[in-house]
Design a protein around this ligand. Structure first.
Ligand SMILES: [Zn+2]
Length: 120
């Protein structure tokens, strides 16, 4: 989950300011969606905003060295009485399984200690 800094301004104004967020997916798309959503849900005391720039600052400090798991299967898989999701780390590519709502268990070939940390 990269941390990004976006530069925004009110439409029609020249003054810009910066805000930081943890975004998911593509930073540009995420920031554009954020502004679109803001503009679509304006309160009476708010003015529409315009995105000026997006800067990726890197991983949020709390996420450094952590795997970023993404579900690979579209529907939950069932094996006997267990249901699980196949997971893959977006940063380093190792795989694992998530049973129920618990944490992700790395697949046996990635159980070595060096995989505790994400080196993606
Ligand atoms: Zn990883």
């Amino acid at each position: 989950m990269p941390r990004i800094e976006i530069e925004v301004k009110n439409v029609g104004s020249k003054t810009t300011w910066k805000e930081q967020y943890d975004c998911t997916g593509d930073p540009d798309t995420w920031a554009i969606n954020l502004i679109n959503e803001f503009n679509a849900t304006l309160q009476s005391n708010e003015q529409p905003r315009e995105l000026v720039g997006v800067k990726v600052l890197g991983d949020a400090p709390e996420n450094v060295g952590k795997h970023e798991w993404r579900k690979e299967n579209l529907i939950t898989l069932v094996k006997g009485s267990m249901s699980y999701d196949k997971m893959r780390c977006e940063k380093c590519g190792i795989t694992g399984k998530r049973f129920g709502l618990g944490g992700v268990k790395r697949d046996p070939k990635y159980k070595a200690e060096k995989y505790n940390q994400c080196n993606g």
